[in-house]
Design a protein around this ligand. Sequence first.
Ligand SMILES: NC(=O)c1ccc[n+]([C@@H]2O[C@H](COP(=O)([O-])OP(=O)(O)OC[C@H]3O[C@@H](n4cnc5c(N)ncnc54)[C@H](O)[C@@H]3O)[C@@H](O)[C@H]2O)c1
Ligand SMILES: [Zn+2]
Ligand SMILES: [Zn+2]
Length: 379
Amino acid sequence: MKALVYNGPRDVQVKEMPDAKIEKETDVLVRITTTNICGSDLHMYEGRTDMESGRILGHENLGEVIAVGKAVDRIKVGDIVCLPFNIGCGFCANCERGLSGFCLTVNPGTAGGAYGFAGMGPYSGGQAELLRVPYGDYNCLVLPEDAKEKENDYVMLSDIFPTGYHATELAGVKPGQTVVIYGAGPVGLMAATSAFIKGASQVFVVDSHKDRLQLAEKIGATPIDDTEGDGVERVLELTKGQGADCGCECVGYQCCDRHGKEVPNLTMNNLVQTVKATGTIGTVGVFLPKDPGAQDDLAKEGKLAFDFGQFWFKGQRIGTGQANVKAYNRMLSNLIHVGKAKPSMIVSHELSLEQAPEAYENFDARKKGWTKVILKPGK
Ligand SMILES: NC(=O)c1ccc[n+]([C@@H]2O[C@H](COP(=O)([O-])OP(=O)(O)OC[C@H]3O[C@@H](n4cnc5c(N)ncnc54)[C@H](O)[C@@H]3O)[C@@H](O)[C@H]2O)c1
Ligand SMILES: [Zn+2]
Ligand SMILES: [Zn+2]
């Protein structure tokens, strides 16, 4: 099969790899028809993780089931399925509680497994023609009859739509509340969408990319361009000096100041400043236990100079971590099905698998107009 392989920093290549196949009786084999490039892939692409070379990337996957293992009951050949980026077993103590992002059995010694992901187990990614899905009955979301027609919407259920929603869950967004979101990348835009689904009265989205902020505005959010003045001051001005009720971090450890210099504690400290006293912050942007490639000494050890005093004084709370995609994907799929959500509105490029290397390069450079790339293997 053809697949996108990580060779090393900023070096990915589409090449012939051994076909993915059923390895355990509980597996399902999927022919991938849509697979996305994610901001999380960029951490690996840039060599800012311990991703092993030779591995296939891709954790945002959708396709058609072409084979099922002997122990698979529910999933049938021909089903069109969207796969959560997290791989769960369904029977461990965390999966049982709906915390499938922290499965205790699929990646022994730690909590959480994923396709084509640094530190998340040996599983190959889906930026390929075929994907092996472990525990197929548990992990496959079978899509309704409009699966083909709305494929570019449904594929967002693999990660960014549930992740954006998770940010608003962690932040405890309630009807009528105001929300400040740092990052207008795909995750931030999906967090803004989700905040409105939850009934937020006003959503501020802070970034420095005009094209992305325009999408935020289209969703109904108030865009705040960090290059046109201090974003923090602007949010405070717009909230009568108090800050928003809730905040979402949708950038992660490579967040930058307005000059493009990495300042790893910037978004978290900005959130402490721009979320009101007693407010809650949901952090889905990725922060790592170790970041040897960081310029900052603390960050190399996965530490941040966090404004804890101010955070404590304001009585704030934080929720963090990978999104438990399975906790939300079915419900969010209903919104797509009835036309109440259209996450494909952020798609900027629909390309073949062969075009993946140039897509990585452009998306990584955050080139104007490159918001979300979807790849169509086999086309
Ligand atoms: N928790 C999860 O389950 C989960 C799932 C998917 C992605 N993620 C993470 O979410 C983060 C965002 O993903 P994405 O795909 O949207 O990535 P992205 O890199 O495309 O978007 C990040 C955006 O943040 C902006 N940004 C940088 N510094 C900023 C600052 N100081 N203030 C405001 N905005 C700033 C950038 O301009 C960019 O538009 C990444 O860290 C990704 O790894 C987490
Ligand atoms: Zn992703
Ligand atoms: Zn589990």
